[in-house]
Ligand binder design. Structure first.
Ligand code: PDD
Length: 283
């Protein structure tokens, strides 16, 4: 049984309980982060904490990340659960208060928890075969840059992908791709440029996306942060997604059409390796 963290304490997972009045439950009034762990070490920790602080500020959730020893909490979770590879999930809600659309009075304590999930990330078999995806309208709310737990639409889209016999969904506004259901979407153009959607309220500013842009630029690849259409992606040389749990994952089919030769792209796989090397190089 896992040991999880809840409101300042490490407890067995079946002993961790939150109020039915928690605003995370009633209003999805909570933010979260998912960090990957390789060789027992957290990847891109500082960037995840920065985004968590930004999400809290945008939601005006009164919780100071420096009030708790987060590096210590995460290290304890890794150690107590013997986690060598997988993810750590952290969530902070506005706390529990009698149901009211209005935010509770200042001083209501936030509900804070974290848990580990052991899974194989580096040797993911999907990296060898590549993902097949379909596109669907992006019907999420308009502040996708805030990492809230309001994930029902993403969850429904993943079920649609499963029903369609494919791996995931890319969300589109008109014919322009915003991002994957839980990853940022990227393509490599026939000229060899890496294209990914520019930041704004329409997508989550992915931590992996950010690291990968740096890695790509350092290796001499031109990066264009701009909108791109379904047709451009289908006609691209390569396509892939980025996320904390998938790193860089090749996409080989979009709405039934093969991307490139229908196999994981050479550039994509080189970027995947470079990202994993970057992750392993972190102390
Ligand atoms: N999802 N876009 C969306 C909508 C996401 O939910 C995620 C992450 C990303 C990629 O961000 P990052 O590189 O920081 O993981 C982009 C996480 C992994 C999840 O919800 O499980």
């Amino acid at each position: 049984m896992r040991t999880v963290y809840l409101n300042g304490q490490f407890v067995a997972e079946d002993a961790a309980q939150v109020s039915i009045f928690d605003r995370g439950l009633l209003f999805a009034d909570a933010v979260y982060e998912v960090c990957s762990v390789i060789d027992g070490r957290i990847i891109d920790y500082a960037a995840h904490m920065m985004r968590l602080e930004r999400s809290l500020a945008e939601m005006t959730i009164d919780y100071d990340c420096s009030a708790a020893d987060w590096p210590g909490i995460l290290a304890t979770l890794i150690e107590r659960n013997g986690l060598t590879e997988g993810t750590i999930y952290m969530q902070i809600s506005r706390g529990a208060a009698d149901r009211d659309f209005l935010f509770p009075a200042p001083g209501t304590p936030a509900t804070v928890f974290a848990f580990t999930q052991a899974r194989s990330l580096v040797a993911n078999p999907m990296a060898e075969r590549g993902m097949r995806i379909i596109t669907r309208p992006d019907r999420r709310w308009g502040r996708r840059d805030i990492k809230t737990v309001q994930l029902l639409y993403a969850s429904m889209m993943k079920m649609e992908a499963r029903a369609a016999g494919v791996d995931d969904v890319w969300l589109v506004e008109g014919d322009v791709i915003t991002e994957g259901s839980s990853q940022n979407a990227c393509i490599i153009t026939p000229q060899g440029h890496l294209v990914t959607r520019d930041l704004g309220h329409h997508i989550l500013p992915g931590v992996t996306r950010l690291s990968l842009i740096d890695i790509a630029r350092e290796s001499g690849i031109t990066v264009e942060e701009r909108p791109f259409t379904i047709a451009e992606a289908q006609g691209a040389a390569e396509a892939f997604v980025t996320s904390a749990s998938m790193f860089v994952m090749p996409v080989v089919e979009i709405d039934g059409l093969s991307v490139g030769d229908g196999r994981p792209g050479v550039e994509t796989m080189a970027l995947r390796k470079a990202y994993i090397d970057h992750a392993r190089a972190q102390g």
